[in-house]
Write a protein that binds this ligand. Structure first.
Ligand code: ACM
Length: 388
């Protein structure tokens, strides 16, 4: 009998692995809170057939090596079958071989660079055809196709910049002016030479794949250089409400982010969820795209468990694939063919409230295409809300 066999009253122990400290901890703490909020909601409405979900949680400290170590510990010592976690792709890449070796299941609630499939992972963040394609179309249509690429020094920025570069190069008059990388702990000074180069090259827009704490330094360096987001904005997939809370709205206002979720989504489901979050965690949490994915994936797990004989991957995967859930962003679905999730692309412009004004959004969910088999620009159904 497995430690989590299906008996009424037995808790279902799950691994939870996010970064509460280190360079990506602002996002990591929000993902943890999204996870814990969903667990509270599931448990307070009777659990899974009377069984409570009990998180076994560790702080991975924004270190891929620590993610790997703690994954091994969760599986071999804590004996969990399912783990919820990871932000940086470098941490997912460190965890993946361990999850596959033990044939366990990882839920990954973060946008990423795509070009990956594992039988042992459910991907609930956006793939490039659900954020990059839309952002490339929007930025090149509204600002031009001369792009300057800047990122943190690891796999997601390398790959995401490559994809954005390829998408932008489909446009007439396009030019990839430069591609620069900074350390994960970059401060204001690390961006000085980059700002000088941007002043010389005058791109139409800057594509940032900078993540974590150094995001604030990038936007502050841009503001200090006196640049104007109305004519040369920064576009990103990772600058969320959480990063804006670190840099301040004055610095962020006017820049663009492409994501399936923004706090400002005007729906009853979103408002209700934000209300419950604030009741549980006060104003400390800053909800964002990765918070939302962490929240809804736990509910999808619980729903699948209700249909399953146990939490072994072979038992639960058939219930997960094809399942749907009314998430704060809209109704999402796990695509059985690639384990990624159907999501609603949106473009937001940072505003004077520290949030995003949604300027475009898909009317229907976009199916995940992690290998970008089809990626022509302008292939998403959009509703224009406001002029850029
Ligand atoms: C990321 O590294 N997937 C944001």
């Amino acid at each position: 009998m497995t430690p989590t066999s299906k008996r009424r009253g037995d808790p279902i122990r799950v691994g939870v692995l996010f970064s509460e400290t280190g360079v990506t901890s602002t996002i990591g703490r929000s993902q943890l809170q999204g996870t814990l909020l969903a667990i509270d909601e599931i448990n307070s409405s009777g659990g899974v057939g009377g069984r409570e979900i009990v998180p076994v949680s560790y702080d991975a400290q924004s270190s891929p090596a620590r993610y790997a170590l703690l994954t091994e510990r969760l599986i071999t010592e804590d004996r969990v079958n399912v783990i919820f976690g990871c932000y940086m792709s470098s941490s997912r890449k460190a965890v993946l071989p361990i999850i596959e070796k033990w044939n366990k299941l990882l839920f990954y609630p973060t946008l990423y660079e795509g070009f990956e499939f594992s039988n042992n992972i459910i991907y609930t963040g956006a793939a490039p055809n659900q954020n990059s394609v839309q952002l490339a179309e929007f930025m090149t249509s509204n600002f031009g196709a001369r792009v300057y690429l800047i990122g943190s020094d690891y796999i997601y920025p390398y790959e995401s910049n490559r994809i954005m570069g390829d998408l932008v190069m489909q446009r007439p008059g396009s030019e990839k002016l430069a591609e620069r990388y900074v350390p994960l702990n970059a401060g204001l000074r690390d961006f000085a030479a980059i700002m000088k180069e941007i002043r010389d090259l005058r791109p139409d827009f800057i594509f940032s794949t900078v993540v974590g704490d150094s995001t604030a330094s990038l936007y502050c360096a841009y503001a200090e250089a006196g640049f104007d987001p109305r004519t040369m904005p920064i576009a990103s997939l990772t600058t969320s409400e959480a990063e804006i809370s670190q840099m301040g709205w004055e610095v962020a206002a006017g820049h663009y982010t492409s994501a399936p979720y923004f706090q400002s989504i005007d729906s009853e489901s979103n408002r209700g969820c934000l209300g419950r979050l604030r009741e549980r965690f006060g104003s400390e949490c800053v909800p964002n795209l990765c918070w939302e994915a962490a929240y809804f994936q736990m509910h999808m797990f619980a729903n699948a468990m209700r249909e399953s004989d146990g939490d072994e991957i072979a038992q639960i995967m058939p219930q997960l694939l094809g399942s749907e859930f009314d998430a704060p962003q809209g109704r999402v679905r796990i695509d059985p063919s690639n384990h990624h999730t159907c999501l609603y692309p949106r473009i937001g412009r940072a505003d004077a409230t520290g949030q995003f004004t949604i300027v475009r959004e898909a009317r229907r969910p976009v199916h995940p295409d992690p290998y970008l088999v089809t990626h022509s620009l302008g292939d998403w159904t959009v509703a224009l809300h406001a002029q850029p």
